[in-house]
Design a protein around this ligand. Structure first.
Ligand code: ZN
Length: 501
């Protein structure tokens, strides 16, 4: 039986409205991080909470639910894309109806408050100042997770919002297998002589960094007529997407950490956003199906391409011309070893490719323990430092380089960190599969990124959310999810750089 006439019209109008409002939230979120003066932050928190509540009301409205139910039951007249739109809207709405509107508002307001306090507390290295805002944030998140979980696992309930279909039952063995191989591998690297990376310290002229960075991002294929790059404290890729993708970066005097690699990373996200299917604009499928998949794109461009020998064979001469100074006498091999230096460092966002997943593991385990009540928020510093000592052989000197370093928990983003590691695993598996079709190094060394971007566009970007993330990855890479491709990539690359197996 065909769906009741009008169900699609009702559904489509509401879906477009929700997508538009969500895009507005993205724009004011970008504005808050990039443009908003400090004295406007409190009001912005209220505006965001009001808009988030409005979106929630529009999603949980019974009329939308009836149209979705009608189209789900009698949708044989719909095409595949329309069916996927209905399916995603249903998934989104089923989650939304479980969370009361006043909790949605409380989460948004507490997020804004907790974030402001965190910024100052982090500057002051004062966990005790953050604690009174973080504790209620965790209580609200636990309430939300309980509402979503319906008796199931609390972490799963939050993860489902970022990585649909992924569960702790799948992640635990995956991450345990990764940890078992990665910890001794990183240890073996630490026992080798550290490469010279002193030339990265600079000082490098910030205007020159901007010019060079924008050139690289443009060469990758980022369209500055459909996006822009600005400065923020924490680099991110935001904005509504498609024709309006907002990258941010931040400049230091050093080259690394610095703007260059973080811009390559955000540009990887931005290339994905610009490549989403424009024919499905204002629908639920013109989005990435999962954060892990989104992160695979940023990791691919930053690490697989941007830290490769082939890339710097092409770009080091231009970098020398742009920056001169300390870079003038550095040869290609030294440069590549330097930008792939593996270090025991406390800060995740500045971590190298080899240790990065160990930083993520600490957060994944602590989030699960906070949600289960095994670790109290007030005991976070101690639990954090113990795990860093164990996994990375580094004990944070204070909480600002320990458990206060990330923005996520202030915003209530629990369940998010594991998607970073999924992104790393996916990126390596994508590169492995791509290498069967393209001579990646030859294209990169020639500065030809079009075939590489085209490969990603056709197989991943243009698919939007028509397929779930994990299924899409298995289809693209021809592999089940695992850590094998990633470890093979790491052993290949760092074996050559460090002489480890
Ligand atoms: Zn990212």
């Amino acid at each position: 039986m065909a769906a009741r006439a009008g169900a699609w019209t009702t559904f489509e109008a509401r879906m477009q409205e929700v997508e538009d409002l969500s895009d507005v939230l993205s724009v004011i979120g970008w504005d808050e991080q990039v443009m908003c003066p400090p004295s406007g932050r409190a009001a912005r928190g209220q505006q965001t909470a009001t808009l988030a509540t409005l979106v929630h009301e529009r999603v949980v409205d019974p009329a939308y639910g009836e149209a979705i139910a009608e189209l789900s039951a009698n949708g044989e007249d719909l095409d595949d894309a329309q069916r996927a739109m209905v399916h995603l809207a249903r998934h989104h709405r089923d989650r939304a109806v479980r969370v009361p509107g006043d909790l949605v508002r409380a989460l948004a307001e507490q997020g804004a408050r907790c974030n402001v306090v965190w910024e100052q507390a982090r500057r002051d290295r004062d966990f005790s100042a953050w604690l009174p805002e973080l504790e209620p944030m965790l209580r609200l998140k636990t309430q939300q997770a309980e509402a979503l979980a319906d008796g199931g696992d609390l972490y799963d309930a939050l993860l489902e919002g970022f990585e649909p279909g992924m569960t702790v039952a799948q992640l635990d063995p995956l991450l345990a297998g990764l940890r078992a191989e990665l910890v001794p591998f990183v240890q073996a690297i630490f026992e080798r002589p550290a490469p010279d990376a002193s030339f990265l310290v600079g000082p490098y002229d910030r205007d020159a960094q901007r010019v060079f960075t924008e050139r690289v991002v443009r060469d990758f294929g980022f369209d500055f007529d459909a996006g822009r790059q600005d400065v923020s404290t924490h680099p991110f890729c935001g904005g509504p997407g498609l024709g309006d993708v907002r990258l941010t970066t931040r400049y230091y005097d050093s080259l690394e950490p610095g703007a260059l690699f973080s811009s390559m990373h955000e540009a990887g996200h931005g290339l994905y956003e610009q490549g989403l299917p424009a024919r499905f604009a204002r629908t639920t499928v013109a989005r990435a199906p999962s954060l892990g998949l989104h992160e695979s794109q940023s990791r691919f461009w930053e690490n697989v391409i941007g830290r490769s020998h082939a890339f710097w064979a092409r770009y080091l001469p231009a970098a020398k011309e742009t920056f001169g100074g300390a870079l003038a006498t550095v040869d290609l091999d030294t440069f590549v070893r330097g930008v792939n230096k593996v270090e025991r460092t406390p800060i995740r966002v500045d971590a190298d490719e080899a240790t990065y997943n160990l930083h993520v593991l600490v957060r994944y385990e602590l989030e699960r323990e906070m949600l289960s009540g095994a670790v109290a928020v007030r005991d976070l510093p101690e639990a954090w430092n113990a795990r860093y000592t164990d996994y990375l052989g580094y004990t944070p000197k204070h909480d600002s380089e320990g458990c206060m370093q990330d923005v996520h928990w202030s915003w209530g983003e629990l369940g998010y960190f594991s998607t970073y590691t999924l992104g790393n695993l996916y990126a390596a598996a994508i590169a492995e599969r791509m290498a069967g079709d393209l001579d990646i190094d030859a294209h990169v060394a020639a500065g030809e990124f079009g075939p590489i971007l085209g490969w990603l566009r056709e197989r991943i970007h243009d698919r939007g959310s028509l397929t779930r993330g994990r299924e899409l990855m298995e289809e693209v890479t021809g592999r089940p999810l695992g850590h094998e491709a990633y470890m093979a990539y790491m052993r290949g690359k760092y074996g050559a750089l460090y002489g480890v197996e």
